[in-house]
Design a protein around this ligand. Sequence first.
Ligand SMILES: [Zn+2]
Length: 108
Amino acid sequence: MPDQVRFIQHKETRYDAYVAELVSAKGYGKERHYAGISDRDQAESVRKALRQAGRHVGVSVKSYWEPCPNPGRCPAGKECRWHVRYSAYRQEDARAYKERISRRARGN
Ligand SMILES: [Zn+2]
């Protein structure tokens, strides 16, 4: 189904710009919200798409979703129910961090 493939590719690269913009505007380790999401399945696909966008852009992205803190009165819109928080890290820093954690888990 070539149409579907094109659609998915288009959707994925849309988020590359969010990650690239975050890094150029705020640098690493700073968090942003992607808000205005009305259902949880969509929040989950945005979360995954942002992580994938990080791989395209060459950074490591941490992302997770949470319920909108102000449903019905959110600046992102009346329909907003979920936010995805995301931040970017240098790939080598993320790798070093994971290694530290797993060394500690092994007890040395
Ligand atoms: Zn909201």
